[in-house]
Design a protein around this ligand. Structure first.
Ligand SMILES: Cc1cc2nc3c(=O)[nH]c(=O)nc-3n(C[C@H](O)[C@H](O)[C@H](O)COP(=O)(O)O)c2cc1C
Length: 201
């Protein structure tokens, strides 16, 4: 794949080379408002059944990361009361690993004929566009998750409704070193053609 990349248009080359950067390898500077704005604009290009615009992004940076850490630690202590203090301290420090944490959410309309899974899928597609746009602008990012995403108290603290879905913590910053972009498997094993009757069991 790499030797064919120069012949591709830049957008496709960017898609074919995106790679995550571990949170601890994300350093200052984080993406600024302009870079974040472009990334969110890319997220808003995700397909959107019913025009529901489910994409919601919350940018946490600077001192607010410590406040987010406190919310995460309180969530863990509430959900798992026997958690030892050193594990709680680890949870609290998590958002400090990168200069910017983007909380990715979906505003889900439970009463709408478009099923909730489609609304979440649209929001998740937006997250992928956001990550590709960060990568294309030279920023590193990684999509992380944790049980706190499903904690109503966490949603409330971050200004989400309990019916909203939190899809992930997107850590972003400048890659500390030239990021590895490990090869992916060849696409051939992941698609096939179905020709109708002759391929039916
Ligand atoms: C919804 C979602 C949640 C994820 N949560 C975690 C996580 O909590 N911890 C983790 O190490 N990787 C998690 N990953 C995987 C990383 O984002 C990343 O894809 C992985 O490190 C492989 O890197 P790559 O994207 O360059 O292949 C998650 C991915 C997705 C799509």
């Amino acid at each position: 794949m790499p030797d064919t990349l120069p012949a591709l248009n830049p957008a496709l080359a960017a898609l074919l080379s995106r790679a995550s950067v571990p949170a601890r390898s994300l350093t200052d500077p984080g993406p600024d408002d302009a870079a974040i704005g472009l990334a969110v604009a890319a997220a808003l290009r995700a397909p959107d059944h019913g025009g529901l615009r489910p994409w919601r992004f919350l940018v946490v940076r600077g001192a607010a990361r410590a406040a987010l850490g406190a919310v995460l630690a309180a969530s863990l202590a509430r959900r798992v009361p026997q958690t030892p203090p050193d594990r709680l301290a680890l949870e609290q420090a998590k958002p400090l690993r990168a200069p910017v944490v983007i909380v990715a959410g979906a505003a889900v309309r439970a009463d709408h004929p478009i099923p909730a899974w489609e609304q979440e899928a649209s929001a998740a597609a937006g997250v992928m566009n956001l990550m590709n746009a960060l990568d294309a602008q030279g920023h590193g990012a990684i999509w992380l998750s944790s049980p706190a995403l499903r904690d109503d108290a966490v949603k409330r603290a971050l200004g989400f409704a309990s019916g909203d879905a939190l899809l992930g913590w997107i850590y972003a910053g400048t890659p500390a070193a030239e990021r590895p972009r490990p090869p992916r498997p060849a696409p051939d094993g992941f698609w096939r053609e179905w020709r109708g009757a002759e391929d039916m069991a």
